[in-house]
Design a protein around this ligand. Structure first.
Ligand code: FAD
Ligand code: DLZ
Ligand code: SF4
Length: 514
């Protein structure tokens, strides 16, 4: 007799997850399944598919070793016709006749709604348990956010510091300040070349998955190989230690910097392990703090790293659930240009965008500033349809799940949520990219030019964006001053900016090369 079916989803690969903590290896069965819908609800990058399926298979092995009975459905096993989680669970209920189903709450409204229908559909009790791998529960976030005029990450982050005691000396932040971000904006010197992240050779499980991905999803963006991601917990922990030993020291200073060919800079490249459950966020923060206290890393690096995890990561999750299931449809700025083809092909003369898309295709990875200030800022100022942009980000990055991707894209990068996540739009001209990278040096466009045919497209699109959205942003204290600069320009210059932007936007609309 089976008492419970514990369904473990592909991003729930943690042995202590609530669904397993509530189950018993002696009486209960764990169900895991590779399903068509999950592989296809957006056209995930081939490397992301290889990563998720490999890590799922490795985790099923880990659970078996721990004494669990695991029923695992592979997409390539004959007879696996499962298109959805509902089909998986329906078949398992029919076969194993459990008393109840237990599952940890999924990371997306789409899947939550599906699961919420199961009790009635299958006439069985279904327990949906809190995902307690986060520092802040959904309820706690709601309590924090209720009654505030606006939700700001910085205040939320301070609460999380107090709650966890990370980087705290009693009631005060270590170093006397909560935030050292102003020290984390240095451009990288031309000699900057931090040690690359550690690479793992694919084992037999990974080789099998790569063959399956090539066979079943041959048209997907990117290639599963070369494949070097960790897929087991032990490997992910080695990737974590490699970051702490070799890159954390530089993480702070060069957090916002970009350089041709330097795909990872001093970033941790750990988000895909965290989001899938192979690493634990609090454990990472505790280790980072220890590195600071033992004199192995400076405070600006450690505080910056901790802020990304117990600040931004927790904050965007709270926003995702609080804003509701139509959040991904928001389009406050009425942006409507379809996603340009070069987001897939990298076929554009804009060196910065081409470089980020190429590296995204090769690695299923780009670091934060590349996502925010290159592909994100371009989409923002050009007026690309946020839903298209959202689906692109959800597909192309190995760490992308809607709960974390959508607030970053819809909110932070595109301001499509009208300022829920960001207090200002992250709009910038080419000068920002030129300051923070060496991309412009090898670009066909000139970053110094404003309105000519060879002028950097960011320059005119930036002003055009501000003018198109003047009503909304003129009184924004963080960007409003730009309107005074605009007012001081000669009318002819202003006219030329708008004309150049109109040409670019119509090229984007009709697919002419930019
Ligand atoms: P590091 O720079 O080393 O940072 C350390 C950790 O902090 C990351 O591993 C991540 O877990 C966390 N973190 C940092 N910034 C954020 C943030 N803004 N939101 C949430 N967590 C953060 N992150 C995702 O995990 N999945 C996504 O799908 C995703 N989409 C994004 C889309 C856009 C437009 C933007 C601007 C950001 C997005 N981010 C996303 C946040 C961030 O870019 C990535 O977490 C980070 O680049 C991952 O690389 P890393 O592990 O080297 O991060
Ligand atoms: C991302 C992903 C993919 C590609 N495939 C599967 C899958 O076949 N089976 C599975 O359980 N999970 C998969 N996932 C992760 C899910 O999409 C994720 O658990 C939900 O979107 C909820 O966040
Ligand atoms: Fe990008 Fe403009 Fe620099 Fe070219 S000149 S790399 S388009 S910012």
């Amino acid at each position: 007799m089976v008492t419970r079916l514990a369904l473990v989803l592909g991003d729930q690969l943690s042995p202590a997850i609530s669904s397993l903590a509530a189950s018993d290896p002696d009486t209960d069965v764990v169900v895991m399944a590779e399903v068509q819908n999950e592989a296809s609800y957006v056209p995930h990058h081939a490397k992301k598919l290889a990563f998720v399926f490999s890590a799922m298979r490795q985790f099923a092995g880990e659970l078996t070793q721990l004494g669990w009975r695991v029923e695992y459905a592979r997409l390539d096993s004959p007879g696996n016709q499962f298109r959805s989680f509902s089909e998986v669970i329906g078949a398992a209920i029919a076969r194993l006749k459990p008393e109840r189903v237990v599952v940890t709450a999924p990371g997306e409204w789409r899947v939550l709604q599906e699961i919420e229908g199961w009790a009635e559909k299958f006439e069985i009790p279904v327990e949906i348990l809190e995902d307690d791998r986060f520092v802040c529960s959904r309820n706690e976030f709601t309590t924090w956010a209720d009654g505030r005029k606006s939700m700001r990450m910085e205040y939320f982050y301070r609460e999380m510091r107090r709650k966890t005691g990370i980087l705290m000396d009693g009631d005060a932040p270590v170093g006397g300040r909560w935030n050292f971000d102003s020290e984390n904006r240095k451009p990288a010197p031309s000699t900057f070349s931090p040690p690359a992240p550690i690479r793992f050779a694919p084992d037999e499980t990974v080789h099998d998955v790569i063959a399956m991905v090539n066979d079943l999803f041959p048209e997907r963006f990117g290639d599963p190989e070369p494949f070097w991601f960790a897929t087991t917990r032990t490997e992910a922990e080695a990737a974590r230690d490699d970051f702490f030993d070799n890159r954390l020291q530089l993480f702070g200073d060069y957090q916002d910097a970009m350089a041709m060919g330097e795909r990872f800079m001093a970033h941790s490249v750990l988000s895909h392990y965290l989001n899938i459950g192979l690493l634990d966020p609090l454990d990472l923060c505790t280790r980072a703090e220890r590195a600071y206290r033992e004199g192995r890393a400076p405070l600006n690096a450690v505080e910056g790293f901790v802020r990304q995890i117990i600040g931004w990561r927790e904050f965007v999750r709270g926003v995702y659930w609080r804003e509701g299931r139509f959040y991904t449809k928001e389009n406050a700025l009425a942006a409507d240009i379809p996603l340009p083809e070069f987001y897939w092909s990298a076929d554009t003369d804009m060196q910065c965008v081409a470089e980020v898309v190429r590296q995204t295709r090769d690695e299923a990875y780009a670091h934060h500033i590349q996502r925010l200030m290159v592909t994100g800022a371009f989409a923002l100022i050009a007026g690309i349809d946020p839903h298209d942009v959202h689906e692109w980000y959800l597909a192309v990055y190995a760490d992308a799940y809607e709960w974390v991707e959508a607030p970053n894209v819809i909110g932070m990068a595109l301001f499509a949520d009208d300022g829920v996540v960001a207090s200002k739009p992250y709009a910038a001209s080419g000068a920002y990219i030129n300051r923070m990278s060496d991309y412009c040096g090898s670009c066909r466009y000139s970053v110094a030019r404003k309105t000519e045919e060879d002028a950097c497209p960011f320059n005119s699109l930036y002003w055009d964006f501000l003018i198109r959205n003047e009503k909304r942003f003129r009184s924004n204290p963080r960007i409003g001053r730009a309107y005074a600069t605009w007012a001081r320009m000669k009318p002819m210059v202003r006219k030329a900016y708008l004309a150049r932007a109109a040409t670019l936007r119509s090229r984007l609309r009709d697919g002419t090369r930019v």
